[in-house]
Every structure is written in structure tokens, then in C-alpha cells.
Design a protein around this ligand. Structure first.
Ligand SMILES: [Zn+2]
Length: 183
């Protein structure tokens, strides 16, 4: 970067700026040409980076710590959460609704369906007030539906049979068997 890419003259000023993980280098030569170089072709690399952290189940603090060790510039924590809130969560929600409708449509055509229920409370060490209760289709391991419920509402039976099973969208699965673990 010591020479101008346009005329070959000596570069006397190099300016580096970061936009999250995007590095922009501006070169100013003695003739007056300004050349701008970006480390990424598109600035959405920051969104992709935040998506990768979220979908890998990692935390921002651990991700940031790793990047600090190797001197890699990344979006700030504030930007990370804003990208999650504005882009990633809505995208995940839309994908989930599409997948849920597709799965429930598939189950409508099956005569007998085996669903397995399980609940997951919040992290160990905290008072578990809420729990995510999940219904999963046994052979395919597809999530049919889930609800965030208070812990006191979670069934305590190790086995129960529900007939029919009301699902979101007014759909009913008739003649169905549900197995659920004790929670
Ligand atoms: Zn030049």
C-alpha cells in the first residue's frame, strides 16, 4: 500500500477505519488520488457474523474475548444486540412459523402420530419461574409446537394421552398419542 493504485505515486497518508468487522483503508497519494479499500465486499458481513454467533449458541462476551486474542475487530455488544433484535429474531420467527405450519400440515395426513413432550426450565442457579414446553414428532424429531409456560403449569405425569391435541391455528390432531416426561 506504499504506492498509489491509480498512478503509482507515493502514498503519503493512510487512514484506517472500522465499522464492526469491516476495515476500510483510505490511501492518499502525492498526486492527490484517493483510493478506498474495504476488507469486505458488503457491510452485511457484520450481520452474518452476529448470526453465526447466535446460531452457534455462543455468547457475545466469549466471542468478543476470542476475537480480542487474535486482534479481530468485531461489532460492539450494543450493535450485536441491536442486530439480533432488528434482523435475526424476526428472521428466526418467520422461519419458525413457516416450518411449524409445514410440519403440522404433514401431520394432518398421518393417521397416527406420536408426539413427545419435554420442558426446559431456565438456567441452573436461577429461580425457574418459566419453562419452555416442547412437543416433538417422534420419528422425524421435528418440533411441532412449543409454549413458554409457568413452571407450575407444566404437567407432572410421566405419561399422558391427550385426544385430540389442539394446536395453534385452530388445527386439531385426532387420534393422537402424547408421551411426556416428568418435569
Ligand atoms: Zn495517485
Amino acid at each position: 500500500m506504499g504506492r498509489c493504485l491509480q498512478c503509482g505515486d507515493v502514498v503519503h497518508q493512510i487512514t484506517k477505519t472500522h465499522t464492526g468487522s469491516l476495515l476500510t483503508v483510505s490511501l492518499l497519494c502525492d498526486t492527490g488520488h484517493t483510493t478506498v479499500w474495504n476488507s469486505q465486499q458488503h457491510p452485511e458481513g457484520n450481520v452474518m457474523l452476529c448470526a453465526a454467533v447466535l446460531f452457534a449458541g455462543a455468547t457475545y462476551s466469549r466471542f468478543h474475548q476470542i476475537c480480542q486474542f487474535i486482534g479481530l475487530q468485531v461489532p460492539s455488544q450494543r450493535t450485536f444486540f441491536r442486530i439480533q433484535e432488528n434482523f435475526l429474531y424476526p428472521a428466526v420467527h418467520r422461519a419458525w412459523l413457516t416450518e411449524k405450519d409445514r410440519t403440522q400440515e404433514e401431520l394432518q395426513t398421518d393417521k397416527d402420530v406420536c408426539l413427545i413432550g419435554d420442558a426446559r426450565c431456565d438456567s441452573p442457579g436461577y429461580s425457574a419461574k418459566y419453562s419452555t414446553y416442547i412437543l416433538m414428532h417422534s420419528p422425524s424429531n421435528k418440533i411441532v409446537d412449543f409454549e413458554v409456560v409457568q413452571v407450575s403449569e407444566v404437567p407432572v405425569h410421566s405419561l399422558c394421552i391427550i385426544w385430540p391435541i389442539p394446536l395453534h391455528g385452530g388445527k386439531d390432531l385426532r387420534k393422537r398419542l402424547v408421551l411426556t416426561t416428568q418435569n
